[in-house]
Design a protein around this ligand. Structure first.
Ligand code: ZN
Length: 160
């Protein structure tokens, strides 16, 4: 069976940036199971895996537009530290939900000075070119329940 819309795809993967640093891997965590055509994974990877079958090894080089989008520098802003009054120790990398005109956005602390904190609403992987090294373990038909939920059930997917 080939990877196509409405199939469940089980993959081992390693994700690196253009500097060769590993950003994410299924090594250790176990394989990932996703539903093709449902936006469970980034567009560029769905496109690269379409039509492939179990046992295939796929290398995909994905530009930001088909991954987590381009970086928008205006989404980073400096705010007074006192606005974080309820937080004991603000540290780099901390994430907060911030209310904006477009709804809640996750922001990440990227810089701290004595009285100011810079938070960035970009996805941490925005603007990053992603290189996937994928081995397809299994391709199977999704169950009616999985299609209804929009995600895979069982190993590598959702448990509920
Ligand atoms: Zn479900």
């Amino acid at each position: 069976m080939k990877v196509a819309e409405n199939t469940v795809v089980v993959i081992d993967y390693t994700l690196t940036n253009n500097e060769g640093e590993v950003i994410d891997t299924s090594d250790g965590a176990g394989p990932l199971a996703y539903l093709q055509g449902f936006g469970n994974i980034i567009d560029g990877l769905e496109e690269a895996l379409e039509g492939k079958k179990a046992g295939d090894k796929v290398k995909a080089s994905i530009e930001p537009a088909k991954a987590y989008g381009e970086r928008h520098d205006e989404m980073a802003q400096e705010v007074p530290k006192e606005l974080f009054g309820g937080v004991e120790n603000i540290e780099l990398g901390m994430q907060f939900e911030s209310e904006t005109d477009d709804g809640p956005v996750m922001v990440t602390v990227v810089a701290i000075t004595d009285d100011m904190v810079t938070v960035d609403g970009n996805h941490p992987l925005a603007g990053v070119h992603l290189n996937f090294d994928v081995t397809i373990r299994e391709v199977r038909e999704a169950t009616a329940e999985e299609l209804e939920h929009g995600h895979v059930h069982g190993d590598g997917g959702h448990h509920h």
